[in-house]
Design a protein around this ligand. Structure first.
Ligand code: HEC
Ligand code: HEC
Ligand code: HEC
Ligand code: HEC
Ligand code: HEC
Ligand code: HEC
Ligand code: HEC
Ligand code: HEC
Length: 478
């Protein structure tokens, strides 16, 4: 009942304004504008613009809030972009206009069926489907949009955001965000990050969409689809993102909102780190031994203003792939495999989850904006930092192997030096820690080694020259 009242509150003022103008104002005579203009039969029920000069969609006559949000998005300029490109051809039109692309309609509709100007731009019905029935009787049926992205590229955003010039869908669907594991089903504590609808719910996005009802059933979960990260109607953030990417704050940053499950130990749990990337980057991760006197977080270089796009600065970057022989354009990579240093296929396209040699991964993300001189410098820095962390973790784990089992008991109420140190060793082993915050991770390992020795009266294992490690100062040396 509450949602219903809210909807009318949204809709009625707009209707009232339309009528009031014509009836009440005595000096200026307003022509009552039709709420919608009857479409041609072959348009298949699509309505498009109501007032094209003012960019008012037919839907926007009532849904004024969404209308103004959409007006600020790139979708509302898609036709002008196409025309101004100077390269317009007939086959371009379907993705820069309203019609069968982006919704459940198949066959030719909207612009492609009529060629009428009212269907210019990517607007409401591109995603919501034809609105004629709804506008005729808003309460009878509502044209919900789909949040799903079909792997067959014929659904939702996929229908337009595909192909060699913008293969967002092709890349995303291979990525870890493009599929759902079985385990979150029915477990709200896992769904909030591991499923698309769970994340939206946690973030307070309660909008209705086609899949929402069926998703109440455990087992039918939606991946982290395009419109989980991107607000379909537009936003003040770059690329219509629902949350900013340039704020180094776990509660606000789009990526960190999920990538922060357990960066610091939970004393009631024996479990190790779980997606600690956010806390690492902002410098709060790990078990901080009592003897370690840190004054506030140890922020990673990559978590500072030197890398303003933070996670996305390394993990979401586009680049153009050209044919090695001819130099011709072959492919635009969009960064939507979400890997910082992905493997490439023989044609140079990034592939998610690739198992290539370290030397075959592309490090070009590190050279954008002049951060690192060459790919090889960046590759070597990472390898050095990683081997340094590995040596320290080896040492710590060798010491921990000598600590009595009882120190790791899960059913006593103590959180021991052994447990905390094990957390830090695990943190160092997680992929990417050597780049997410090598300085903090190293400090944690060194402090843990000291604590474990003191607490349990142990001496260093012989295989590691601690003096050599501790004598050096910065990560990147060996
Ligand atoms: C004449 C005014 C009017 C127009 C024009 C209109 N709508 Fe609506 N719309 C409403 C009303 C009223 C409701 C609430 C209906 C209900 O739930 O009973 C609604 C509900 C909706 C909902 C469901 C909202 C929810 O919270 O679940 C969607 C989606 C929607 N409209 C999309 C559109 C689209 C797309 C268009 C353009 C094709 C459009 N509307 C045009 C009046 C309008
Ligand atoms: C009918 C085709 C079509 C559909 C469907 C579509 N888009 Fe787009 N989208 C475009 C076009 C064309 C542009 C480029 C517009 C321009 O630059 O003028 C664009 C641009 C964008 C941008 C770039 C915004 C920016 O500021 O850089 C984002 C993000 C985006 N779309 C997300 C989505 C999402 C998410 C969906 C699905 C919920 C979606 N689009 C559905 C055609 C479409
Ligand atoms: C399969 C759907 C599709 C077709 C066909 C298509 N476009 Fe687009 N176009 C898009 C999408 C989606 C974007 C937004 C991409 C982005 O933001 O990276 C876009 C963006 C653009 C842009 C903005 C610059 C850019 O690349 O982001 C121009 C210019 C453009 N298209 C021109 C064209 C021309 C010219 C054609 C025909 C030769 C064409 N488009 C055909 C979907 C399409
Ligand atoms: C606060 C967000 C969040 C919550 C809640 C969460 N996870 Fe995760 N989890 C992530 C992120 C982000 C990753 C990917 C990053 C990584 O692998 O380090 C991940 C990775 C994983 C992985 C390893 C990758 C894989 O899919 O094989 C497992 C297993 C996992 N989570 C299980 C769970 C289980 C079980 C729950 C519920 C008890 C849960 N997670 C709750 C954010 C979360
Ligand atoms: C790029 C695709 C896309 C475009 C364009 C688009 N929508 Fe939506 N719309 C969605 C999706 C996906 C949802 C559900 C998720 C959300 O709201 O964040 C939605 C939700 C809605 C809702 C339900 C909100 C609620 O609170 O339940 C309404 C109403 C709506 N859209 C109206 C419009 C109108 C009016 C326009 C044009 C001015 C428009 N949409 C343009 C994809 C789109
Ligand atoms: C995990 C979050 C996430 C998901 C899921 C996601 N994106 Fe993005 N997308 C981003 C980020 C981050 C950027 C980069 C924004 C920036 O740096 O300005 C981006 C950028 C874009 C852009 C603008 C690119 C440009 O050249 O300006 C488009 C278009 C886009 N995404 C479309 C999509 C589509 C389509 C999907 C689904 C197939 C999708 N995204 C899924 C996070 C996401
Ligand atoms: C809605 C929650 C959510 C958001 C937002 C999100 N992620 Fe993820 N991410 C996950 C989950 C869950 C996984 C693990 C999926 C799996 O393996 O089942 C994951 C996996 C990944 C992986 C691959 C990890 C691996 O072990 O292969 C990378 C890299 C990644 N995310 C980066 C990012 C970046 C960068 C952003 C921001 C642009 C982002 N994520 C935003 C939830 C999220
Ligand atoms: C300075 C660049 C950089 C920044 C900033 C960055 N990462 Fe990474 N990330 C990497 C590199 C490099 C790897 C290691 C990839 C490898 O070993 O193949 C990595 C690994 C990961 C992994 C594990 C993937 C795997 O395959 O094991 C996840 C998940 C991840 N990053 C998420 C994030 C998130 C979330 C953020 C922001 C909190 C972030 N990263 C910030 C560069 C970066």
């Amino acid at each position: 009942m509450i949602t219903r009242a809210k909807r009318f509150a949204l809709v009625l003022p707009a209707l009232a304004a339309l009528f009031a103008a014509a009836c009440v104002d005595e000096k200026i005579v307003f022509q009552d504008r039709e709420l919608f203009e009857e479409p041609l039969t072959q348009a298949m029920g699509f309505l498009g613009y109501s007032d094209q000069a003012n960019k008012t969609t037919t839907c926007g006559n009532c849904h004024v809030g969404t209308q103004s949000q959409w007006e600020g998005s790139q979708h509302s300029d898609a036709w002008a972009t196409l025309v101004n490109s100077g390269g317009q051809q007939e086959f371009c039109n379907g993705c820069h206009t309203v019609g069968e692309n982006g919704n459940l309609i198949e066959g030719v509709a909207g612009f492609e069926a009529t060629g009428e100007d009212r269907y210019h731009d990517v607007s409401c019905e591109s995603c919501h489907g034809p609105g004629l029935d709804h506008v005729t009787d808003p309460e009878a049926t509502q044209p919900f949009a789909s949040m799903a992205v079909g792997q067959d590229l014929t659904q939702g955003c996929a229908e337009c955001h595909q192909g060699t010039h913008h293969p967002f869908v092709e890349e995303w669907s291979q990525s870890a965000h493009g599929s759902v594991n079985a385990f979150p089903a029915g477990r709200a504590e896992c769904e909030s990050c591991h499923t698309g609808e769970g994340a939206l719910k946690t973030w307070g996005v309660d909008a209705d969409y086609i899949e929402k009802a069926s998703l109440e059933q455990p087992g039918e979960h939606m991946a982290i689809t395009c419109a989980v990260c991107h607000d379909p109607h537009g936003s003040e953030n770059t690329a219509q993102l629902r949350f900013p990417i340039d704020v180094a704050n776990e509660e606000q940053n789009l990526c960190m909102r999920c990538h922060h499950k357990r960066g610091t130990p939970d004393p009631t749990s024996f479990r190790g780190p779980h997606s600690p990337q956010g806390p690492l980057l902002v410098g709060t991760a790990g078990w901080w031994p009592p003897s370690l006197e840190f004054n506030g977080p140890i922020v990673a270089t990559h978590g500072s203003e030197r890398n303003p796009r933070l996670c996305a600065g390394c993990h979401v970057n586009s680049f153009t792939v050209t044919d090695a022989a001819t130099g011709d354009f072959t492919f635009q990579a969009t960064g939507h495999v979400f890997e910082a240093v992905p493997c490439l296929d023989p044609t140079g396209k990034p592939v998610a989850g690739g198992a290539c040699e370290e030397s075959e991964k592309t490090f070009q993300t590190c050279t954008t904006a002049g951060c690192h001189g060459t790919e090889n410098t960046a590759r070597a820095l990472l390898a050095n930092a990683q081997s340094r962390l590995n040596s320290l973790a080896d040492e710590l784990e060798a010491l921990l192997a000598q600590v009595p089992e009882s120190e790791f008991s899960t059913d006593d109420s103590r959180y021991t030096v052994g447990e905390g140190s094990k957390f830090n060793a695990d943190l160092a082993r997680i992929g990417g820690s050597a780049v997410h915050n090598p300085v903090l991770t190293e400090a944690l390992l060194i402090a843990s080694i000291r604590e474990v020795k003191e607490e349990y009266g142990l001496t260093s294992s012989t295989h590691l020259n601690m003096q050599r490690i501790l004598g050096g100062s910065t990560a990147g040396q060996d």
